[in-house]
Write a protein that binds this ligand. Structure first.
Ligand SMILES: *Cc1c(COP(=O)(O)O)cnc(C)c1O
Length: 391
């Protein structure tokens, strides 16, 4: 082995060892997803997942799977090149129209993923003389987008619009443009951003508000997301989200006015310099969005199940399908997750840096495809393990 390889391996091994010592090393596990939330692990055991972001079970819904197969048969497995190079696929137009319709905007742009959307949108509108004020808990890929913009970036305390107002009053006048960035629903806590207060703040200071609805599309506001749930559509000019969670497919989007979307399609680097999504993925997303739009009973179910679970364990009432159970130390959270697996449930322990130090947690997510009996069994298992509010 060359010295080059030796020092490279040594670097990686030493980094892994120090993460291992902090119980922060991560590993992939083998498993197969079946219909609904049933999964099979490599050793053949069956678990019910309460850890997926497939909030409506649409990734394995027969109609969505069929739409993917049909689009693949008709248009092929891949898309060949960037959308601006090979020409725009007809399914893309239908998908973007559907997103705009659900979001109540003039137009929409589909990206390769939510991550690519965030790293593309932010630097397209914000540059190094500008200001970004973001919630301290925004998703990692928003941090990546903000870093690419080189703007001055300040954080307000989680969901604290008054703190955001203080920062705005102090700093806005020094910068030509300003953006406020939040998650519509916070993935690790399940709470909703105060969009009315932040939207009014943005209007007062001529700042542009963007919400990342990765966990909100399909789950709140009759499935239409956080701006709709808060009655704040008129206050959020940049509605971003993903097609990989409740929609059950893959891809990201921005829903906005026509000039904003036209500019994105002309300038956003992560829109232009990457290959378009496979036709099957676009077909699946389109079908799933049609189902979301026409079925409010479906989109209401995950939150109803989460609320029933939380109430049974005397946890605070969630407004979304996400129920965090903060445990504290990494080892304790991992142990709780392992015990739930012994009882037949896949509930991932989330550890730093995904969550703040000392707040390692179990994060339960509920899906419309869970059976009522799955929830009852989970409640029983949690009680036996003394997991819960008044345990
Ligand atoms: C998952 C997630 C993303 C990334 O979306 P992908 O489509 O999976 O790349 C972005 N933002 C938030 C808040 C997310 O939870």
């Amino acid at each position: 082995m060359s010295n080059f390889e030796n020092s490279l391996n040594a670097f990686a091994e030493q980094k892994l060892a120090s993460l291992e010592a902090k119980n922060q090393r991560r590993s992939l596990f083998a498993m197969e997803r079946r219909y609904g939330m049933d999964i099979e692990t490599a050793d053949g055991s069956h678990l019910i997942s309460f850890t997926d972001n497939d909030y409506l079970g649409l990734s394995t819904h027969p109609d969505v799977v069929n739409a993917a197969i049909e689009a693949t048969r008709k248009y092929g497995a891949g898309s060949g090149a960037s959308r601006l190079v090979t020409g725009n696929h007809p399914l893309y137009d239908a998908l973007e129209e559907k997103i705009a319709q659900i979001k109540g905007t003039e137009s929409a742009a589909v990206f390769g993923s939510g991550y690519l959307a965030n790293v593309g949108i932010i630097p397209t509108f914000i540059g190094k003389k500008d200001l970004i004020i973001a919630d301290e808990l925004v998703h990692t890929c928003i941090h990546a987008g903000m870093a690419l913009s080189n703007a001055k970036t300040l954080y307000f305390r989680h969901n604290d619009a008054d703190h955001a107002a203080e920062l705005m009053a102090e700093h806005r006048h020094n910068h030509p443009h300003a953006m406020i960035i939040v998650d519509g629903v916070y993935s690790m806590d399940g709470d909703i951003a105060p969009l009315i207060a932040l939207g009014e703040l943005a209007q007062k200071y001529d700042a542009w508000l963007m919400n990342d609805d990765a966990h909100a599309l399909g789950t709140i506001g009759s499935g239409r997301g956080s701006a709709h749930a808060c009655g704040a559509e008129h206050l959020v000019p940049l509605q971003m989200g993903t097609l990989s969670k409740a929609v059950g497919a893959y891809g990201g989007y921005l829903a906005a006015s026509k000039p904003v979307i036209d500019f994105i399609k002309t300038r956003a680097r992560s829109f232009i310099y990457t290959t378009g999504l496979p036709p099957g993925t676009i077909g699946a997303a389109l079908k799933a969005l049609e189902m979301i739009e026409s079925n409010p009973t479906l989109t209401a179910r995950p939150t109803q199940l989460a609320q029933h679970f939380a109430k049974s364990l005397q946890l605070p009432t969630p407004e979304t399908p996400i129920v965090p159970l903060v445990i504290g130390a990494e080892t304790d959270a991992l142990a709780a997750s392992a015990k739930l697996a012994e009882k037949g449930f896949k509930v991932t322990a989330f550890r730093p840096p995904t969550v703040p130090e000392g707040t390692s947690r179990l994060r339960f997510t509920f899906s419309a495809s869970h059976r009522d009996s799955d929830i009852e069994r989970l409640i029983t298992a949690c009680r036996k393990l003394s997991l819960g509010g008044a345990a």
